[in-house]
Design a protein around this ligand. Structure first.
Ligand code: GLU
Length: 306
């Protein structure tokens, strides 16, 4: 068995866009260039956010781009992804372990109450001010469960270098009042179970990393390595999305754009020296993480693949 084990973990809440495909490509190249394993995992435990049919459509886009994976359950004779909603017993067991270990406490605060006390930079989650740490402030309410962050783990990112200490600190929810396990808990349980050695993902998840490191340690293991890929933004500086034009792979496919053209653009946007059309597998040999762009990339989608 090879030593490197990577994964890609999309949430089936929409379509694969250029930004997602770019991160998936880096994660795939990282695994393939080290003869490692590439695991596909669908993160669908937040049921109201799941879009019916999105999982199949996303996986189909990734396969079409040439980003295949190695492991997963057999689904009708094909290699399926791991699906989080089928793995709830594992999250339950980890939750019980954390609770028994004194890492969790019940919290009855509402988002509004937290927001009125703690201020957060725009778009970021407020640091929990610890109101329920010594006991629930509203025992009559259903409680969520929070993880006690007693320190702020630091880490060295493969792309970004050393993290700033204190980033992402604050007690965080591992189970909501409605019983749903949080993204943080499910990711760590699965990364442990799948023996992931390096997490490659978009740098919008950077603030989750200290939390996940703390969970790995509380569950009795060392965390994997981390690599956060800088995002693609539109000409207005905002994260690439619908407002910038058609960035969904499915739309580009429907317009007749070839997978090789998309892969070529993704590779160049990552700072790799690649021709404008190239198959993903042709990028494996020359792939070198040291040459990857550390900057946010600005893309004018309106003129792409014209
Ligand atoms: N499911 C998460 C997302 O799509 C990514 C999780 C991860 O890579 O850790 O945003």
């Amino acid at each position: 068995m090879s030593f490197y084990r990577g994964r890609f973990a999309p949430s089936p809440t929409g379509r694969v866009h250029l930004g997602t495909a770019r991160t998936a490509l880096v994660a795939w190249l990282r695994a393939r260039s080290q003869q490692g394993a590439y695991v596909m995992r669908v993160e669908d435990i937040d049921a109201p956010r799941v879009v019916p049919g999105a999982m199949e459509a996303m996986l189909d886009d990734l396969r079409w781009l040439g980003l295949d994976w190695d492991e997963g359950p057999d689904v009708g004779g094909a290699l399926g992804p791991y699906v989080q909603s089928l793995r709830l017993a594992r999250y339950e067991a980890a939750f019980e372990q954390l609770r028994a270990g004194g890492h969790l406490y019940p919290c009855t605060c509402t988002r509004k109450e937290i927001a009125s006390i703690a201020s957060a930079p725009h778009g970021e989650e407020a640091i929990y001010p610890g109101l329920c740490r010594e006991g629930p402030t509203h025992p009559e309410r259903a409680s969520a469960w929070r993880f006690r962050m007693d320190d702020a783990p630091t880490f060295v990112d493969v792309v970004r270098g050393a993290s700033r200490s204190g980033m992402g600190a604050g007690d965080f929810v591992v189970r909501r009042a409605d019983g749903v396990f949080s993204y943080q808990l499910a990711v760590v349980v699965d990364d442990r179970a799948m023996e992931i050695t390096e997490v490659v993902r978009g740098d919008d998840l950077l603030s989750s990393t200290p939390r996940q490191i703390a969970l790995h340690r509380a569950l009795g293991g060392e965390p994997p390595a981390w690599m956060h890929v800088p995002l693609v933004v539109g000409p207005d500086g905002e994260r690439l999305g619908k407002r910038h034009g058609s960035t969904a792979i499915a739309e580009l496919r429907a317009r007749g754009v070839r997978a090789e053209s998309i892969v070529g653009w993704l590779a160049r946007s990552l700072g790799m020296s690649a021709p404008s059309t190239i198959a993903a597998r042709e990028l494996i040999e020359g792939f070198d993480v040291a040459t990857l762009s550390r900057e946010v990339v600005v893309a004018d989608v309106a003129t792409l693949f014209a």
